[in-house]
Design a protein around this ligand. Sequence first.
Ligand code: AR6
Length: 184
Amino acid sequence: MDRYQIGPATLELVQGDIVAQDVDAIVNAANEGLAEGGGVCGAIFRAAGRAELAAACRPLAPCPTGEARITPGFRLPARQIIHAVGPVYRADDPPTSARLLAAAYTSSLALATQHGLRSVAFPSISTGIFGYPVAEAAQVALAAVREALAAGGSVTLVRFVLWDEGTLAAYREAARILGLVPAA
Ligand code: AR6
C-alpha cells in the first residue's frame, strides 16, 4: 500500500475490491440515472443488495455529471454509498472532461463532509466503461482530492481502491508527477 500525507489527512493507493472496504463511505462510479450498471457499479449493487439500493437511488435521480448523491450501504461493510457521476471521456474536449471528472471527486468529498464522514474509498471514476485514459484521469483525480482535503472538512482518510495492477501503477505515477508527500 502507498500512503501520502495531505495536511492532517491521509491518502492511500491500494489494489483491491471496493465492495470489501470497511469505511464510512465507498464511492460508486455511477450514471446520471443512478441505475444499476456494469463495472464497479454492478459489483456495488450486487454486494449492497440490488432491490434495496435501486429503491434508494430512484428518488435521488437524475444526478448530473460531476455531481454526487448519498444512500445507505445496506449489506456492504461501508456505512454509506456516495454515487458520483464522472464524464464519458470526450477526446475532442479533454479540458471539459477534466473539469467534470474533478467535480465528481470534489462533489463526493463535499457530500462526505456534509454527513460528517471521516473515511472514503474511491474507485478510478470514468476509466472503465466511460473511456477516460487512466494516466490523465489519475492526475485529475489526485489533484482534485488533494485540493479538497487541503481545504478542510471531516474526511481524514481517502483510499483509492484500484482494481488492476495497471491502474494502480498509473495512480502511483500520477502521485509522483504531482509531488505528493509520502506519509512517514
Ligand atoms: N472495485 C474497484 N474497482 C473496480 C471494481 C471493483 N469491484 N470493478 C471494476 N473496477 P467502470 P466508469 C474498476 O467501468 O468508467 C457503469 O455501467 C474498473 O476496472 O466501473 O466510470 C455505470 O453505471 C475501472 O478501473 O466505471 C456507468 O454507466 C474503474 O473501476 C458507467 O459504468 C471504473 O470503471 C461508469 O463508467
